[in-house]
Each structure stands twice: as structure tokens, then as C-alpha cells.
Design a protein around this ligand. Sequence first.
Ligand SMILES: *Cc1c(COP(=O)(O)O)cnc(C)c1O
Length: 362
Amino acid sequence: MSKIPLSKCFVNPEVEEAALRAIRSGQYILASESKAFEAELAAHTGAAAAVLGSSWTMIVYLLHQLQGVGPGDEIIVPSHTAFPTMEPLIHLGARPVFADIDDSYGMDFAHVESLVSPRTIGVIGVHLYGHPLDNDLFLALARKHHLWFIEDCAQAQGARYNGKTVGSMGDFGAFSFFPSKNLTVLGDGGCVCTNDVQVADRLRMLRNHGRQGKYDHEFPGYNVRFSEISAAIGRVMLKHLDAFNENRRKIAARYQERLKGIVHLPPVRPWATPVYHMFVIRCERRDELQKFLKEKNIETGIHYPKPNHLQPGVVALFPNTPKLPRTEQAVKEILSLPIHGEMALDDADRVAGAVAEFYGKK
Ligand SMILES: *Cc1c(COP(=O)(O)O)cnc(C)c1O
């Protein structure tokens, strides 16, 4: 039986041609392809501006600098997310204050509300697995306490909240183009979307040695730039993104149908048009199931096996972080099933059949 991968990158002649076009253009960094990609990303997201950078992590690091994040500041983040979500703020001396999850794996609103303190300056909400948080609720909380709100959209490019695309509603939306993401450039890359064009301009300068013109440096910056080859590839991928996301929803619907009553399925909130970066089930005997599927040549994953508030790198800096019971329970039971933009329904049937077989429900 052929292998069913957990995810897969789209590559076709159109993608290869785009890379060649960039190579042959003779311009390699932040030139016309990057400018066009920024405009197309902003338009697709529904934000005034998009600023590309070398990764989510680095462009958010620069954003936090512009936001004045520093020692003594607290920023509320989920623990149940990719480790990078809270790396930039830690480098700037701020403290991540970890919120527990609700049963859709997003941050629990009531818990977030209870964590706001006089030191809180912002909230980072993660649209985990491609399922949007209740944006309006978190935004209202942020406004009430004069906090900024960043949407971490690394897993949710193209997802919608009450019809609006994620990344356009918070103060900032941050995206990643790492190869596993829904929109990739077949390498590293990221961007920040915002309606604040002044911050976008500053961010563009900060990522490129603090300059406007070639030799006019207004402040010391960094090199967090973007390659033309990546931009040319990303522009092709963006054209296909909505169709790939639609296919992910079809696969998810098939899983929902076939696995009902067998395992715990991911809930979909009334406001959500998810993009299923991951299709995550909760189940008994998770590790045994994973092994069983592997023997059937079906690749699965655990996103994530260890919550961030318990990671050694966090515990060393912030000892005695409070327990997060729902997060700590979930990580023992979650399993990500294969899903990607080109996956066939037959493969979803094979996966669902194998899961059913494991639980003796076939
Ligand atoms: C991948 C990911 C990031 C980090 O993106 P990079 O481009 O690899 O820096 C941040 N947050 C979430 C939720 C992610 O999945």
C-alpha cells in the first residue's frame, strides 16, 4: 500500500516556471516579485498592507520591537501552539502569560480575561489548526484594556471568521510560508498584515537596515528580507490557495462523516470557515493508534506533544508557570491525521477505515 503522507507541498510546472522567471530576472531580493506578492497578500487578506520577512518568527520579532515590547511587559498567549508564537517576545525581555484552551483548541476566553493584569500590553491569538478564534470577542477585550491584538495566522491562511479573512481583523495578522503551511514558498518566509500603513512602512525599513533609499539609513535595522524566487513561487501558490483550502474542507467533511462515533472530532464554531491546516482527533490509546496507522503506511503527527509552558527552554526562564489542565490533558490524546490541498477522498477513506479497524468498528 502506498504511503499517505501527513501533508504535502504542491509543485507543478507553473511553480517551477515562476522560480525560473525570478532566477532569470537578475533581481534577487525585495524587487518586483516581492512587491507584487505583498500587494496580492494584502488583497487576499483584506488588509491595507502586507510586509514580507524571512520567517514568521523574525518579522514578528521586528514588529514587537516597533510595538515597544520590553522587560516588565506581559503578553497573553496560548501554551498549546507552535513554540515560535512566544519566542520573539521572550527575546525582547517580556513575559509570556499562558492561557488554557477551550474544546476547539483555541484560547479559552474566560481564562484570557482573568489573566489581564496592569502589566499586560497585548494578546496573541492563534488560529490553531486553521480554525479561527472568536476574533470579535478577543478584539473587544483588547480594546477594553487598551491592549494590542495579534492574530497568529501561521496555520490559518485563508480561513474566515463570519465571512472575513483572518489576519485582517486584529491590529496585526502574522503569517508563515514554511513548507508545511497552507500557503508556502517552498522555503522559509513570513509576513505581517496590518491596516496601520505607518507601522507597515517602519517595518519595511526595519527589515532592511533601517533604510528608505539605498544609502539613507534612518535607524539601525536588520536583514530580515525576502527572496524574489520565494515571492515568485508564493504568488503561484496564492492563486491556488482557496482551491486547496476547499479540498482540505472536503477531506475534513469525509473524516467527520466516517469517524463519527469512533473518535472525538474537531468542533467547528458557528463563525468559522476553517482551513484545516491539521485535522486533529482526540482518542483513547493514541500512541497505539499512531503505531497501527504507521504499520498501514499512514503518516500522522502530534501537534504538539509537549505544551510550551512545560518546555525546558520556558521553564528555565519562567519557573512555576501555573498548570493548564485542559492543555495538559489534550496533548495526551490528540492525533493529526493526513490532510493537504491535493489529497484524494480515497486516501481519506483509507485513513478513516484504518482508524475504524483499530477500534474494532469496521
Ligand atoms: C509555523 C508557525 C509559526 C512560526 O513560523 P516560522 O515562519 O517558522 O517562523 C508561528 N506560529 C504558528 C502557530 C506556527 O504554526
